[in-house]
Design a protein around this ligand. Structure first.
Ligand code: PMP
Ligand code: GLU
Length: 398
């Protein structure tokens, strides 16, 4: 539509959400679709958090909230950051938003001018690219591949830096690859960035809790010499199985927190009051619910990897976190089942949803067109059925 702004015309739809929409539509038409395209835990929110929400309703938490979130919530987040990550923040450095997605958008829009560059290690999460576009800035991709466990090196990042570089934005554990940067790897990047004092870092740690590496989660902000340039992003969607509750947050230098508060105050205001009260409980109470979830995710990862190893032509690594596997599938490009020719990863994703009724997301949505993303955030039974179907459909491609 011509009437729409150039900004919205140049914006792409989120491919993860588009695939999920397609799989819902096919399901509504009666197809038995297995949706492995959305990154969302299939677990229910733990009961102790739900009880806190019910109490908040009864206590009439029904009014507008402070833009950056209730004071006691921001204090609870500070306690969590100290307890889990050994990071020291004060409540005025925390901004609570309607999901980590908004937290990232706030931080990018608060920091980046039109024409400036944002370095994004690829594969990256789909929305990074589009949020940078909304800021009228340019994403500069630094490519990692399955062969190097989908991690970039300080040298690769250094090579991408120009006088226009404003920000580096990454996730660890990573969506879509599940890769986890170790403390040493992050430190090497931080040391390299010492030389570039005008570059900020968005460290997206939303998958922090879903880490099978056996090592504690490593935050970029732990390195004191760079902490005043780091925006740590986290939230409740993944670690606490609360995707629909919509709450994320940043911990950042005060001037960035203030800028995000100003932006959010003109856009959405404070997020949902009930969710905020429930999140105080999520931040402060430690139970074994999360641990149980993580043990189950690890079992699923191992199961899916064992099954995928049986399928010829897939190159996979063993991801140490999140709930995604990102196999290289280019072996199938140029092949056909006699009806459909697979030219690229989008063709393959379309073929698999139509032939196997399994929804995955094409890798180019995440900046690697040789791969496809499988979310294993569902039961072992469903995963077994899905991978068997994928195997059958892929075997037809000659
Ligand atoms: N960052 C990454 C890497 C993600 O995968 C997601 C999942 N949607 C988000 C941020 C946003 O999470 P939410 O808005 O649900 O808090
Ligand atoms: N982060 C999830 C995913 O990558 C949720 C969908 C989205 O918000 O993009 O599938």
């Amino acid at each position: 539509m011509e009437a729409l702004s150039k900004r919205i015309q140049s914006l792409s739809e989120s491919e993860t959400l588009a695939m999920t929409k397609k799989s819902r539509e096919l399901k509504a038409q009666g197809f038995d679709v297995i949706n492995l395209s959305i990154g969302e835990p299939d677990f229910f929110t733990p009961n102790y958090i739900k009880e806190a929400a019910k109490k908040a309703i009864d206590e009439n938490y029904s009014f507008y909230t402070p833009v950056s979130g209730y004071q006691d919530l921001r204090e609870a987040i500070c306690k969590k950051l100290k307890r889990d990550n050994n990071l020291d923040y004060t409540a005025d450095q925390i901004v609570v938003s309607t999901g980590a997605k908004q937290s990232i958008a706030n931080a990018v829009l608060a920091l980046v001018n039109p024409g400036e560059e944002v370095i994004v290690p690829a594969p990256y999460w789909v929305s990074y690219r589009e949020i940078v576009k909304l800021a009228e800035a340019k994403s500069v991709y630094v490519n990692a591949t399955v062969e190097n466990d989908f991690k970039v090196t300080p040298q690769q990042l250094r090579d991408a830096i120009t006088p226009k570089t404003k920000l580096i934005m990454y996730s660890s554990p990573c969506n879509p690859t599940g890769s986890v940067y170790t403390k040493d790897e992050l430190e090497a990047i931080a040391i390299m960035l010492k030389e570039f004092p005008n570059i900020y870092i968005i460290a997206d740690e939303i998958y922090e809790k879903i880490n099978f590496s056996g090592e504690p989660h490593a935050s970029m902000a732990q390195f004191d010499f760079i902490k005043d340039r780091v925006i740590t992003v986290n939230g409740i969607s993944k670690g606490y199985a609360m995707t629909g509750w919509r709450l994320g947050y940043i911990a950042a230098p005060k001037f960035i927190a203030q800028a995000c508060d100003k932006l959010q105050g003109q856009f959405t205001s404070g997020t949902n009051s009930i969710t905020q009260r429930a999140t105080i409980t999520a931040m402060l109470e430690e139970t074994d619910d999360i641990e149980k979830m993580v043990i189950e995710f690890k079992k699923r990862r191992d199961h899916v990897i064992n099954m995928l190893k049986e399928i010829p032509g897939l190159t996979i690594n063993v991801p140490q976190g999140a709930f995604y596997i990102f196999p290289k599938v280019n072996h199938y490009f140029g092949k056909t089942d006699g009806k459909t020719v697979i030219n690229n990863c989008t063709d393959l994703a379309m073929y698999l949803i139509n032939d196997a009724n399994v929804a995955l997301v094409q890798g180019d949505a995440f900046g690697d067109a040789d791969c496809i993303r499988i979310s294993y955030a569902t039961s072992i039974e469903i995963l077994t059925e899905a991978i068997n179907r994928l195997k059958k459909s892929l075997a037809k491609l000659k």
